[in-house]
Design a protein around this ligand. Structure first.
Ligand SMILES: C[S@@+](CC[C@H](N)C(=O)[O-])C[C@H]1O[C@@H](n2cnc3c(N)ncnc32)[C@H](O)[C@@H]1O
Length: 284
């Protein structure tokens, strides 16, 4: 009860009221990684270094053509928006969205439009895009069964959808007990944070009415000393204070988890990076 109340209190302090013209909307700031944090630019840079080659392989396989109109959801630091913009050329267009626009607004490309858009609630017109992509965004929002079908409705006939989400499935059952405590504490600290988003995409895609549906995955094996260990250390450090505040970890436990990927006797499983794709059937 105490823990649940603390979580609820934490959540309440993280909601703010914003005015958009005449409408009043409640915008959740309950996101684990504010871009304004000291290490966030570095953390996202390490994430991009790890995942851009995988994402680009998947996108190249799906096909990104000159002149395409593309949507990048939750673009973060912007590397994939930039890559897609270079592929679609001046006759194409990239709409890059996020709730935090500071990094995306640094993109200097005439065919990129940066838009504040909350994937949980904000719309796009149906059949707007030839390509829709998101990476490591849906894991941070509630697992609403309407969300992925809504995203798929934004595809034009023949348009491609690629969703890539980390999954904590192996990490949850890692043999290292200190390390294996993280996924549960992340979800306890950020209840919208999913430990199984990649797997839930696998279950959802066959129901979307898409064709050429496929999926693959890569696992992070985290070794001390490398850039991946730095990425995990920064991520765990960022989550620690909230986990302690809501009572899912003690300060000592949070520090031990964040230290673990840098210790010489460590070798463990991190995320399984699941990618799922499909294509809207062309018009008859
Ligand atoms: C882990 S980062 C991933 C960034 C980028 N997609 C990448 O893979 O490099 C998640 C991004 O999603 C954004 N985000 C979180 N909640 C969102 C929401 N409800 N709508 C749109 N973007 C959101 C965050 O601000 C952040 O930039």
């Amino acid at each position: 009860m105490v823990r649940a109340a603390a979580v609820a209190a934490g959540l309440l302090t993280n909601w703010s009221r914003r005015l958009h013209g005449d409408t009043v909307r409640w915008v959740s700031l309950d996101y684990a990684f504010p871009h304004s944090a000291d290490d966030e630019a570095r953390r996202l840079e390490l994430f991009q270094q790890r995942l851009d080659p995988l994402t680009i392989r998947r996108l190249e396989r799906l096909g990104v053509g000159r002149g395409d109109s593309c949507l990048e959801i939750g673009g973060g630091r912007g590397s994939i928006s930039r890559w897609v913009a270079s592929r679609v050329g001046p006759e194409g267009h990239v709409t890059a969205t996020d709730l935090q626009l500071d990094f995306l607004e640094r993109i200097d490309a005439p065919n990129v439009e940066v838009v504040r858009h909350d994937i949980r609630v904000d719309p796009f017109p149906e059949e707007s895009f030839d390509l829709v992509h998101a990476r490591a965004v849906l894991m941070h929002v509630p697992d609403d069964p309407e969300l992925v079908p809504r995203i798929a409705s934004w595809l034009r006939p023949g348009g491609r959808l690629l969703l890539e989400e980390p999954d904590f499935g192996l990490w949850l059952v890692d043999a290292d007990q200190v390390w294996a405590a993280h996924p549960g504490s992340w979800h306890g600290a950020f209840p919208n944070g999913s430990v199984s988003r990649g797997r839930s995409l696998l279950a959802q895609f066959p129901q979307l009415g898409l064709v050429d549906v496929g999926a693959d995955a890569e696992v992070d094996i985290v070794e001390p000393g490398g850039p991946l260990a730095e990425f995990y250390r920064l991520s765990l450090q960022a989550i620690g204070p909230r986990a302690v505040e809501v009572g899912v970890l003690t300060a000592e436990e949070a520090a031990a988890i964040a230290r673990r990927p840098t210790e010489p006797d460590f070798l463990g499983c991190g995320f399984v990076h699941i990618g799922v794709w499909g294509r809207r059937p062309p018009s008859p």
